[in-house]
Design a protein around this ligand. Structure first.
Ligand SMILES: Cc1cc2nc3c(=O)[nH]c(=O)nc-3n(C[C@H](O)[C@H](O)[C@H](O)COP(=O)(O)OP(=O)(O)OC[C@H]3O[C@@H](n4cnc5c(N)ncnc54)[C@H](O)[C@@H]3O)c2cc1C
Length: 573
């Protein structure tokens, strides 16, 4: 058994952990990053290997070796989910992500207050456990700006200091300045989406993406190859943590990255303080890192699992769990999808970054009047290839034929050969509310290859308000598809209750230890030298993808540790 010492140990160096590693190491702290996956590079992805990265999803954890299970409710046995939402290499999910880089809206940070003020408290579903965030959009704005510049986001501002700008997202919260790079080129699907949405009086714009639209900080610009989501970028245009923050951390000489390191426990002393972590090395050895500060950046599954696995006499229900909130209030985006086909034109979807290309924000957040709709909050609506993950095999496989056309035989062949280059998918990504019984715990029946209990999700989105929200969005998708001039538009199937993308919650932040696990810096209320970072800390989720918010919060946490906690360890305010 080896024991190493550091000022800070970080579990998982993905979006959140990688940023904190770089910022603290640059500030002169000795940092060890423990990453269960390998260290890859831009060169690792030059094969554009669809089978490897799209079909087998090699950048994600293997569903049998490192399972995460799901059940709709407590009365049924959970089974492993096919595709996990996280990464499995240094850089985490940002290596293969779709790069959508959204700032949340002002009201995304105050769902309970905003809803109560505009529609009355009764319009919030009684069972929902939604709480306001302990910070506002304004608190996070400088860190959003920092994240956009450091990872390199392309886009067009829609609101600079309150001045609305046509062509950008006019619903966005005020920003101090524009994106560091102009938006990526608009593809054909984006153009017809834009035309259609404008006919309906909506406000389409090019989605902001962490992809260099021009050479940026020594990185090459995007080649529009489409091998983007599910793949690492073979020219390094994607602003992943692998090519942005980890090289900075390494250049500081204060950072040690240990790959193939599976952390299985947070260690605490008899007073209950965190002393470090235990991990299994790639050779099967058991090792310890002792550190003054322990930061869990292992995505929500392992963040929650580690808190629960590390229970002691002092913390009998797991770390950070003195008020019973660890694992609770889980949220996921649910996708509604419409397919549209065009007899009078081709739509080349096999060009350009793959995910959510052009967007409208008109039906997201509280950007529209919810009076008498029977639900609150909304969805981001965007156009993209048939499958949100790229690759021609995937796109063809996920182009669900219209009702009446079978998914086999000659009719399917004819449908595919006619419409393979004549379709666009329109997607709504709905914000779903937190509920205390949507949760992650330890699966008593399924273990991973290390012998640890699998993280188990108990979740079913099909609640009355959630179902109404989805049905409303499906109607909007059909309207937009028709306005786009489609010969035919039809809806894809919705998930049978299972969580969709971007899992959030489980160690939520709050202003009050009685209803949350961490404060706004991710510092656990119970153990001030134990931090949890990433989407587990989100009290509500927004209809937008979470990673830019995860990154902004990580910059904020790193700054607070480097400038304040380090001098005076204790609760941060
Ligand atoms: C296909 C796909 C597309 C996506 N597209 C977008 C998008 O367009 N926009 C967006 O905002 N978000 C997107 N996401 C989500 C995004 O990847 C995540 O929000 C983000 O990566 C989460 O950051 P994180 O730091 O919490 O976790 P991660 O980035 O997943 O990092 C966690 C790290 O911890 C490591 N780890 C886990 N457990 C342990 C352990 N026990 N010991 C040691 N190491 C451990 C993991 O290997 C991983 O490297 C996408 C996700 C997927 C799967």
């Amino acid at each position: 058994m080896a024991t190493q010492k550091a000022d800070v140990v970080i579990v998982g160096v993905g979006a959140a952990g990688g940023i904190i590693a770089a910022e603290l190491a640059k500030a002169g702290m000795k940092v060890i990053g423990l990453e269960r996956g390998p260290k890859l590079s831009t060169a690792s992805f030059q094969s554009l290997d669809e089978l490897r990265y799209f079909q087998r999803q090699e950048t994600r954890p293997h569903p049998k070796k490192q399972p995460v299970t799901w059940r709709a409710n407590a009365s049924v046995r959970a089974t492993p989910i096919a595709q996990q939402n996280n990464g499995n290499q240094a850089g985490g999910g940002t290596v293969h992500y779709g790069t959508l880089s959204w700032r949340f809206h002002e009201d995304d940070f105050r769902v309970r207050s905003q809803t109560s003020e505009r529609y009355g408290a009764k319009s919030i579903p009684e069972e929902s456990s939604a709480i306001d965030w302990p910070i506002s959009y304004a608190d996070l704005e400088p860190y959003y700006d920092q994240a956009e510049r450091e990872v390199g986001v392309s886009g067009k501002a829609g609101n600079i200091k309150g001045q609305k700008i046509e062509g950008g997202n006019i619903f966005e919260a005020p920003r101090d300045r524009d994106y560091p790079m102009p938006p990526l080129f608009v593809d054909q699907a984006g153009r017809i989406f834009e035309e259609g949405a404008k006919k309906l009086g909506l406000h389409p714009f090019a989605s902001p993406r962490a992809i260099a639209s021009e050479p940026y900080k020594g990185r090459a610009a995007c080649t529009y190859c489409t091998f983007c989501q599910s793949f690492g970028c073979f020219v390094g245009a994607k602003g992943s943590i692998m090519v942005t923050k980890l090289p900075e951390a390494e250049a500081s000489n204060n950072f040690t990255l240990i790959t193939g390191a599976m952390v299985n426990k947070v260690n605490t002393d008899t007073a209950g303080k965190a002393t470090g972590v235990t991990y299994w090395g790639i050779d099967g050895s058991e090792n310890v890192v002792e550190a003054d500060i322990v930061i869990l950046g292992a995505f929500i599954y392992d963040n929650i699992r580690l808190l629960l696995l590390s229970k002691t006499a002092k913390h009998p229900d797991g770390l950070g769990n003195s008020t019973g909130h660890v694992g609770k209030h889980l949220m996921a985006h649910i996708g509604a999808r419409a397919f549209s086909i065009y007899d009078d034109r081709h739509v080349n979807i096999f060009m350009g970054p793959s995910a959510q290309r052009h967007t409208i924000d008109d039906f997201n957040a509280d950007n529209f009047d919810h009076k008498d709709l029977g639900f609150i909050r909304g969805a981001q609506i965007s156009v993209s290839p048939a499958d949100l993950a790229a690759g021609p095999i995937g796109a063809a496989g996920s182009l669900t034929p219209p009702p009446g056309t079978p998914r086999w035989g000659a009719a399917y062949r004819d449908f595919l050969s006619t419409y393979y280059t004549r379709f666009a998918a329109i997607n709504a990504q709905t914000e779903n509310l937190p509920y205390a019984d949507q949760m992650i715990d330890l699966d008593p029946n399924v273990r991973d290859m290390y012998g640890l209990p699998a993280p188990r999700l108990t979740y079913d989105w099909r609640r009355p308000a959630e179902s109404k929200r989805l049905a409303f969005m499906q109607q909007k998708l059909l309207e937009i598809g028709k306005a786009m001039g489609a010969s035919k538009v039809w809806l894809g199937a919705s998930s049978p209750g299972s969580p969709g993308a971007h899992h959030q919650g489980g160690a939520r932040m709050g202003s009050d230890p009685r209803d949350s696990v961490v404060n706004s810096f991710g510092q656990t209320w119970d153990i001030p030298n134990l931090f949890v970072v990433g989407s587990a800390t989100h009290p509500t989720m927004s209809g937008f993808n979470p990673t830019l918010t995860i990154e902004a919060l990580a910059f904020r946490t790193a700054e607070a540790i480097a400038t304040r906690y380090r001098k005076s360890p204790g609760p941060l305010v």
